[in-house]
Design a protein. Structure first.
Length: 439
């Protein structure tokens, strides 16, 4: 148990904590889940909440939503940290939940950062979730398919929370200025443009936006009338960023990502790094850039250098692990590598041509020879008849037909001559020559 200090009561809570909503009507964002008539809202309002996992980026309201459930449902609410608690604490907590159940009372256990639990800790919850001793609500920024064990995940409903839109964050910031729990008891002079700048810097994270607002208000200029004036310069000082010409939801957003993509395609690392810096320093989400670089690795490089995709995925993971500003160097490594790598759009063109045929010939049957025959009837109908197992041949090749009759002879993948793809072209030419000879 923590010992209270004489001065603890004098330390104000952070703005984000003071303004935490207590009801669904105060909650901002996630309309797809808690809008009027939506599934999660109905479950909460009807007190029919079951075990669930909230998955979403930081600062989008996962913990807040759990606390609202605590206020609006008839259940004991126990807050549990995956960082500081172990199996012993879980078992002690389950004893309390069992006792509550004996009195006909429900217990909701909220586990923040549930992805930090190891398998043994997650397994400790499982029997109590199964028999209904507790309703488990987990919160995670990681994909629960990979971070929560399958048995526990199968007993929870996953709700995906989305990054907050700039309009949602603007609403929160204006509420913070006017609400007495925020700065409603003092006069704050800040323009809508500057509030929008704070919302942009926050990257969809409400907690980050409110923390930044609190910082700029506390560092604002107080005049003789008691009015706190907020300037663009003070915001830039608090964020250590310049307010560059950039709107993440507007035309400039697409202009800059296009400039990065085309600079890499044109093998210009200097231009690519410049456009990367323009986006990052203006507040762009590094994960968005990393996703676009990952697409580029296959669309514009492909098998000419198959390591490009590995580099791009590694850069994405690094951005996810450590965030800005540290991950800027990982993205720089990725865009320079993409710029210098040999180029080929053969994979992109192969799929586009195959997609066109697939859409036009949706009803083309799979050749019988490459169908499976898991039942006697299918076997009698000739499924798999004449199938040739390539590994049984010396060349590891057969002349078996794999395309539908109507598409026989189609060529989708046409490798170029850059980098490793030159070797793949030689290999493909040799395969085609062998098949032609043995047809």
């Amino acid at each position: 148990m923590e010992q209270m200090s004489l001065f603890d009561s004098q330390i104000p809570e952070p703005l984000a904590a003071r303004l935490r909503p207590l009801t669904l009507d105060e909650y901002v964002g996630q309309e797809h889940l808690i809008g009027k008539g939506k599934v999660l809202r109905r479950l909460i309002e009807n007190d029919q909440v079951g075990s669930m996992i909230f998955w979403g980026p930081p600062g989008v309201g996962k913990t807040t939503l759990a606390q609202i459930i605590a206020h609006q449902t008839k259940a004991h609410f126990l807050n549990f940290s995956a960082v500081t608690s172990g199996i012993k604490e879980i078992r002690d907590l389950m004893k309390k939940a069992d006792a509550n159940r004996g009195f006909g009372e429900k217990t909701i256990v909220f586990v923040d950062e549930i992805h930090r639990f190891n398998k043994a800790q997650q397994d400790a919850f499982l029997p109590f979730v199964e028999k209904g001793t507790i309703i488990l609500i987990g919160a995670t920024t990681e994909n629960p398919s990979f971070e929560v064990n399958g048995a526990l995940l199968s007993r929870c409903r996953v709700f995906v929370l989305k990054e907050l839109a700039a309009d949602d964050i603007m609403k929160l910031l204006k509420h913070a200025i006017s609400d007495p729990r925020g700065f409603g008891n003092q006069e704050v002079d800040i323009s809508d443009d500057d509030l929008k700048l704070i919302a942009t810097f926050a990257n969809g994270d409400a907690r980050s936006a409110l923390s930044l607002l609190e910082m700029v208000v506390l560092n604002g200029d107080l005049d003789e009338k008691g009015v706190t004036h907020i300037s663009r310069e003070s915001i830039e000082q608090c964020t250590q960023r310049k307010s560059l010409l950039y709107d993440k939801n507007g035309e400039e957003h697409y202009n800059l990502i296009s400039a990065l993509h085309k600079s890499m395609r044109n093998s210009d690392p200097d231009a690519a790094v410049y456009w990367l810096a323009r986006m990052l320093e203006a507040g762009e989400d590094p994960l968005y850039i990393a996703r676009r670089v990952t697409r580029f690795a296959s669309e514009d490089i492909g098998l000419a250098d198959s390591r490009a995709l590995e580099i791009a995925v590694s850069a994405y993971q690094a951005c996810h692990f450590i965030g800005m500003p540290e991950c800027s160097v990982h993205l720089t490594e990725a865009v320079v590598y993409m710029s210098l790598a040999p180029k080929s759009n053969a994979l992109y063109m192969a799929y586009e041509h195959a997609k066109r045929d697939a859409l036009q010939d949706l009803a083309e049957p799979v050749p019988l020879v490459i169908r499976n025959a898991p039942t006697k009837l299918m076997d009698e109908l000739g499924y798999g008849a004449g199938y040739q197992y390539a590994h049984d041949t010396e060349e590891k090749l057969t002349n078996m037909q794999c395309l539908p009759d109507r598409l026989l002879g189609r060529e989708y993948y046409k490798p170029g001559t850059q980098g490793n793809e030159a070797r793949y072209k030689q290999r493909l030419d040799a395969i085609k020559a062998w098949k032609k000879e043995h047809t």
